[in-house]
Design a protein around this ligand. Structure first.
Ligand SMILES: Nc1ncnc2c1ncn2[C@@H]1O[C@H](COP(=O)(O)OP(=O)(O)O)[C@@H](O)[C@H]1O
Ligand SMILES: [Mg+2]
Length: 336
């Protein structure tokens, strides 16, 4: 193990192996892309120092963990090591840990600048059992003079209400295509990745607002093919090709139902799961240039089909049924 570490640190291409998501993780709150409201709130806290108990909630890969870490670093600087307790989903965070480890940390004396507090970071807090969360609420209150909590989670409703009411809620949402593109450009230039614009578009399409996925897909495509174009990205990400799905929808709109079905059959036989296919169909419809009243009906039907697939009925017949519904909608939907 030691040999591996030393050889990789001496080689010039050492950071080649480093995941770009880590290499390009912003270290300052102001470098975090998107979610202006949330980020500016955190910036005020970083500036003024009195951190309230926080819950950061939102979809994966939007910068929650990054924000908390950056905020803690900005607040505590060189005291970070002793004044921050970081626990994520891989650590045991059962009731005993809350009773012992967190409480011990809260009782520990650390000399900080006036107005600063020790910080307990509980990443992916929605995976904590409600028992452990119950044990936490008291600790949160008793030691609030010296210790503040920052919780990150995907859905804030999985955090028990008494904790929610003790925290300020900061919501993160999916990043826009533009925001992801901006960040990709930074990385592409820093790593000198050869690319064509359509390749980046494809990455943005597959990432669907998730920056972590976008960076990972970029790196995977780069290390696999050394060139980022549409074809390579879809090979790496292995999602149904959007152009193919788009053709299918166009065939439905033009009344060529048989062609649409054989397109679907092709995808299905390639082994894509119905969930993959239907999420791509939905995204294509969302961006397809068609009359709005048709689009609304299309999205509604796709939503119902997705629900049935989630319920377990993900057969070829189900997807064909969706195409048939869409074809009927084309004929019967009326302009408002
Ligand atoms: N808003 C953002 N701005 C810049 N980079 C981001 C942003 N969100 C995510 N990233 C990138 O994705 C990686 C994972 O982000 P993270 O904060 O861990 O996401 P999560 O919201 O799931 O906790 C980071 O290391 C960073 O490289
Ligand atoms: Mg996280």
């Amino acid at each position: 193990m030691a040999g591996v570490a030393s050889s990789s640190s001496s080689a010039p291409s050492a950071d080649y192996d480093m995941p770009w998501v880590e290499k390009y993780r912003p270290t300052k709150v102001c470098d975090i892309v998107g979610n202006e409201d949330a980020v500016s709130r955190l910036q005020v806290i970083a500036h003024e120092g009195n951190m309230p108990n926080l819950i950061l909630s939102g979809p994966p890969g939007t910068g929650k963990t990054t924000s908390i870490l950056a905020l803690a670093h900005e607040l505590l600087g060189s005291n970070y090591r002793e004044a921050v307790l970081e626990l994520n989903a891989s650590d045991d965070r059962g009731i005993d840990v809350v009773r012992n480890k967190i409480k011990m940390f809260a009782q520990k004396k650390v000399t900080l600048q006036p107005g600063r507090h020790k910080v307990v970071i509980l990443d992916e807090a929605d995976s904590m059992t409600s028992g452990a969360q119950q044990a936490l609420r008291r600790t949160m209150e008793i030691y609030s003079n010296t210790t503040r909590f920052a919780l990150a989670c995907n859905t804030s409703s999985k955090i028990i209400e008494p904790i929610q009411s003790r925290c300020a809620l900061v919501r993160f949402s999916r990043l826009s295509d533009q925001e992801i593109l901006g960040r990709l450009m930074v990385v592409v230039q820093a790593e000198k990745v050869p690319y064509v614009p359509e390749g980046l578009e494809a990455i943005i399409f597959t990432a669907d607002g998730d920056m972590r996925q976008a960076l990972n897909n970029l790196q995977a495509t780069h290390s696999g093919f050394h060139f980022v174009n549409q074809e390579n990205v879809f090979k790496v990400c292995d999602q149904p090709h959007p152009l193919h799905v788009k053709n299918m929808i166009r065939n439905v709109l033009e009344g060529k139902f048989d062609d649409a079905c054989s397109g679907l059959k092709l995808l299905y036989d390639l082994g894509y799961s119905p969930t993959d296919i239907i999420t791509t169909i939905f995204r294509i419809i969302k961006n397809y240039d068609m009359a709005e009243y048709v689009k609304l009906e299309f999205m509604k039907e796709t939503g119902f089909a997705h629900m049935r697939i989630c319920d377990g009925v993900g057969s070829y017949l189900q997807l064909c049924g969706l195409l048939a519904k869409l074809a009927t909608v084309c004929k019967t939907a009326k302009a408002p």
